[in-house]
Design a protein. Sequence first.
Length: 157
Amino acid sequence: MMPIPMTKNGYEKIKEEIARLKKIDRPKNIADIAEARAHGDLKENAEYHAAKERQSFIEGRLKELENKLASAEVISTRNLSTEKVVFGTTVLLIHSEMGEEKKYTLVGTEEADLKEGKISVQSPLGRSLIGHKVGEFVKVVTPAKTVEYEIIKISIE
């Protein structure tokens, strides 16, 4: 199995989700199944079937997360240089045409969350940024169009 690059924060987030699933969601689901079972006939018991479906989801999610942790390669951002864009750095960009500023942290695919400003190093923008320095312009080619950004700042957050 190939290693999955991940920041320490991403690794910890997965550990927290595993703990929540094991300590809160799974026990609650077991109680829900027991309660639904007490209602009698299981063939037409919607509560029971919903709880069993939820159990399947919880167990599947646990397995998925545990596999991610097992193959995670935690990359420390502590000693990173801010001279150029690399995995784990945060980049402040300005859209060349619109003048709009955007800030992104480059993370592994498993951690990417655009709402949190985390983009995958494998995304079109992530791939375009890697290795570039402050003041440089990068072109991002997407299926819809080509966009140009200027790198304003590189930091570690």
